[in-house]
Design a protein around this ligand. Structure first.
Ligand code: AMP
Ligand code: GLY
Length: 431
């Protein structure tokens, strides 16, 4: 099977590593990839959002399956364009990708499916939004309705904070047109978990759950990021919760999407709040999470490729996946300054020493080739340092030992990944 993987971050490195182990694979390309991915795939210099160029490449090379990592190409219609060219694609159509692109659409689908989620209201008028906040009181959650790179959400502890969020999003348009309308939600309380289900348009099979660490600072402080670390499985998410989420969220939402003429194929990422009354949906994404995907791929024992192909072909019957009982943990190493502006081009040493620690796997995210074949930083989140071990504590020790083997003064990480399961980690070296 000839496969084209789209994307170039840590999630795609983990997918590429796993796909490359499939006995069904004959050739793997990745567009655009990164230096880590280049060890297992041929990287081609096509941007992940260059829809026409991706379709042309897939057609020329007679690709059997395109696997899409990030959401942007999906919302731009890559799956539709490939479908029109007769090329199977793992990932939803643009119409189904609205589950990530539009918060209002998602809330309407959740309500139609009677799935548990926060009460909500949508406003195009800032004055009406303020009146609603005054009527509801705090805590309350204010969200830009459109895509805002994961940054358009304010969990307001006070009415004043909520008013400031409305002003920033709707009047100052700090997230651009994504702030033309806002969704204001009831604030749910509990621990968060990310659950993933593989879908074929009508059926779904559960993958696994992970817990992300979205804030940049230890103890969940500071600004939101794309994710500073993850581990799987989170002990707070029980098998009973998984069954409940499949029955009350994933299956009814799939039925509702099919009913709306936008059947969902691909991986449904269910962001959950584990509240006192059970798991409730915070949001959907239409792709694997990053770094959650890295944690999942380290635990997946089965061949991933036939499962992705079955989802793309619309027939998951007969697919079942085996997961290792050993937990996995990912520490994201980011460039100092992230999630703000970062320096690029600094060389990263110690990658081989890190990768040689037992149980450790190093995934590249924002890396590039520098002078003399060196690896340099080229983005905000630069590496995902993954580890598996028979217990989570040992996985964490291995991952941080690998972090400490790196030689990159410009990098930093959170030292408390998995603190909800394990408590704080012992302090290590500076990085
Ligand atoms: P989102 O971009 O929708 O995932 O929101 C980002 C973060 O905001 C989530 O991971 C939660 O921590 C928080 N959040 C979003 N919606 C709610 C809600 N209704 N109640 C409590 N926290 C929320
Ligand atoms: N780690 C969160 C995300 O991928 O959206």
């Amino acid at each position: 099977m000839k496969v084209l993987l789209v994307g170039g971050g840590g999630r795609e490195h983990a997918l590429a590593w796993k796909i490359a182990r499939s006995p069904l694979l004959t050739k793997l390309w990745c567009a655009p990839g990164n230096p880590g991915i280049a060890a297992v795939a041929e990287c081609v210099p096509i941007g992940a959002e260059s829809i026409e160029a991706l379709v042309a490449f897939a057609r020329e090379r007679a690709v059997d399956l395109v696997v899409v990592g990030p959401e942007a190409p999906l919302t731009l219609g890559l799956a539709d364009a490939l479908g029109a060219a007769g090329i199977p694609c793992f990932g939803p159509s643009a119409a189904a990708a609205r589950l990530e692109g539009s918060k209002t659409f998602t809330k309407e689908v959740l309500d139609a499916a009677s799935a548990p989620t926060a009460a909500w209201a949508r406003f195009e008028d800032p004055a009406a939004a303020r009146d609603h906040v005054h009527a509801q009181g705090a805590p309350i959650v204010v969200k830009a309705d459109g895509l805002a790179a994961g940054k358009g959400v304010v969990v307001a502890g006070t009415v004043e904070e909520a008013e400031a969020a409305i002003a920033d999003i709707m009047e100052s348009r700090v997230h651009g047109e994504a702030g033309a309308s806002v969704v204001i939600e009831e604030c749910m309380m509990g621990e968060e978990a990310s659950f993933f289900a593989l879908c074929d348009g009508t059926r779904a099979i559960p993958l696994a759950a992970a817990q992300d660490h979205k804030r940049v600072g230890e103890g969940d402080t500071g600004p939101n990021t794309g994710g500073m670390g993850a581990y799987s499985p989170p002990p707070a998410f029980t098998d009973a919760m998984r069954d409940e989420v499949m029955a009350r969220v994933v299956e009814p939402v799939l039925a509702e999407m099919a009913h709306r003429g936008a059947p969902f194929r691909g991986v449904l990422f269910v962001g959950l709040m584990l509240t006192a009354t059970g798991p409730r949906v915070i949001e959907f994404n239409v792709r694997f999470g990053d770094p959650e995907c890295q944690a999942l791929m380290l635990r997946l024992e089965s061949d991933l490729l036939p499962a992705l192909a079955a989802s793309a072909a619309g027939d998951l019957s007969g697919v079942s996946l085996r997961w290792s009982a050993d937990p996995s943990l990912i520490v994201v190493v980011a460039a100092r300054g992230y999630p703000g502006p970062v320096a690029k081009g600094e060389p990263i040493g110690g990658l081989e020493a890190a990768a040689s620690i037992p149980g450790v796997r190093v995934f590249h995210a924002g890396t590039a080739r520098g002078p003399g074949g060196s690896v340099v930083a080229s983005g905000g989140r630069v590496l995902g340092i993954g580890a598996t071990a028979p217990d989570l504590r040992a996985a964490r020790e291995a991952a941080y030992a690998a972090v400490d083997a790196l030689d990159w003064p410009g990098g930093f990480c959170r030292r408390d990944i998995a603190h909800r399961a394990l408590g704080a980690a012992p302090l290590g070296a500076a990085l």
